[in-house]
Ligand binder design. Structure first.
Ligand code: HEC
Length: 315
């Protein structure tokens, strides 16, 4: 009798451990092998390796797996990022964040159908996440699925009447139907809260010209350059912050020197010295400036050093 009391729990326990071991192994098999990150900034590469080791020690921790995915994503290692997000989504299928990040990767790689499927799923899991509706609506619009696009964009603008991308999407649909009054009606209130949103400014000034009125601002004002990243989106900020955390480990002493040469080519460094921004905002700006200059003229490591100086300098 005693043997039965001890024996059964022992067998059950051993079986449970065995099953868990096997399934942990299956999970680990699906975890991407860290690629060679030699082209990347040292601190980013070590961050990936550290997280990878932590996940391998505890393959069921969804948040860690997702963080590894976000870190890959922030390093443009999209295949590895997708693998992590898929793993996280399988482990916690009701969390909308993982399919959302996956959708962003699919959208960037041009697979709009897959992005649409994923975003439909996201909006079912979390109908209150306005950015998912706006993103979905704009992809549908670009795929010429206008009826569905309008529904998704309207859902977004019901949640946030001045959501920049939702309004721009709706205005672009109105423009494609020659409804220029509609374009103005949609964009003007939104631009009051997002006055720097360049693509909307451009479309609004086209609408003014179309109906024979003078545009409300000078054509050469900020509208020449696409300023896409004035929009706060919590999930994307987390993505940027991952790289910001690593990037502020650059060398501020090199950064202050590099700033004089790399950042003075297109404008004076005055405006840079005067600007007061959070680390994430600086990351956006420096990333955008690197895009303007080209990676060959401003490498990742140089950008990291400059960013590190900007974030750590005394105000
Ligand atoms: C290839 C040209 C070019 C280089 C190089 C460049 N910038 Fe700019 N910068 C621009 C342009 C164009 C604008 C105005 C449009 C905009 O903001 O995107 C601008 C605007 C800015 C602004 C004001 C807008 C904002 O986001 O606050 C800051 C600050 C700035 N740059 C910082 C920098 C820093 C820091 C560097 C060096 C890492 C740099 N720039 C290098 C072209 C450049």
């Amino acid at each position: 009798m005693i043997l039965v009391y001890i024996g059964i729990p022992l067998v059950v326990g051993a079986a449970w451990l065995f099953v868990r071991l096997i399934s942990n192994r299956t999970l680990l098999k699906r975890l991407p092998i860290p690629p060679s990150l030699s082209g990347h900034h040292q601190s980013l590469a070590s961050q990936v390796l550290r997280l990878d080791t932590e996940v391998r020690a505890n393959p069921r921790s969804v948040e860690k797996i997702a963080l590894l995915g976000i870190t890959y994503h922030a390093n443009q290692s999209f295949d590895e990022a997708s693998a992590c997000y898929r793993l996280a989504a399988d482990l916690s299928p009701t969390d909308y964040r993982w399919p959302y990040y996956l959708a962003i990767i699919e959208e960037a790689s041009g697979d709009e159908d897959r992005a649409i499927k994923l975003l439909n799923h996201v909006t079912q899991l979390e109908p209150g996440y306005v950015h998912a509706w706006a993103r979905l609506g704009n992809i549908l619009r670009r795929s010429s699925r206008i009826v569905e696009a309008k529904i998704a964009l309207s859902r977004a603008s019901n949640l946030d009447p001045t959501h920049p991308h939702a309004c721009l999407g709706l205005a672009r649909i109105a423009a494609s139907q020659d409804d220029w009054e509609g374009v103005i009606r949609i964009l003007e209130p939104m631009l009051k809260s997002h006055p720097l949103f360049a693509p909307a400014l451009r479309l609004l000034s086209r609408a003014y010209v179309q109906i024979g009125r003078k545009p409300p601002f000078e054509e050469d004002h900020d509208t020449q350059i696409q300023i896409e990243d004035v929009i706060d989106e919590p999930l994307l900020d987390e993505l940027y912050e991952r790289s910001a955390l690593a990037l502020i480990q650059g060398d501020p002493n090199r950064g202050i020197l590099l700033l004089q040469t790399r950042c003075s080519r297109c404008h004076s460094t005055d405006r840079i010295q005067k600007a007061d921004k959070s680390p994430v905002q600086w990351l956006h700006t420096v990333g955008r400036m690197q895009g303007q200059a080209g990676r060959e003229r401003m490498t990742d490591s140089e950008a990291a050093d400059i960013l590190s100086y900007l974030v750590k300098r005394p105000h």
